[in-house]
Design a protein. Structure first.
Length: 119
């Protein structure tokens, strides 16, 4: 079993920055792509960003391009967020895909970390 634990969320003013982290534990053997998703109240969960095992294959939802940056090291993935806007307010989830490339839907999910952006 794999556990994903997010951290770094919080309350910021519009234009502010946050850096989310996601730590993997448990059955971590193997090479897997990772991603970030978010869900705002009353809305469906949406894809935010993803990165493959090799650190490439990076993709973003259009609304965060130029403001968010996904990265990873041996044990964690990160989401650097700048220029935050109220519409970025959501619960942010870390996710692990079933392969080294970003293919299909994630296999594992974290519990989420709340990001709230005030206007």
């Amino acid at each position: 079993q794999v556990q994903l634990v997010e951290s770094g969320g919080g309350l910021v003013q519009a234009g502010g920055s946050l850096r989310l982290s996601c730590a993997r534990s448990g059955r971590t053997f193997g090479s897997y792509a990772m991603g970030w998703f978010r869900q705002a109240p009353g809305k469906v969960r949406e894809f935010v960003a993803a990165i493959d095992w090799f650190g490439g294959g990076i993709s973003y939802v259009e609304s965060v391009k130029g403001r968010f940056t996904i990265s990873r090291d041996n044990s964690k993935i990160y989401l650097q967020m700048i220029g935050l806007q109220p519409e970025d307010t959501a619960m942010y989830y870390c996710a692990q895909y079933g392969t080294a490339r970003v293919v299909g839907s994630p296999s594992y999910w974290g519990q989420g970390t709340q990001v709230t952006v005030s206007s």
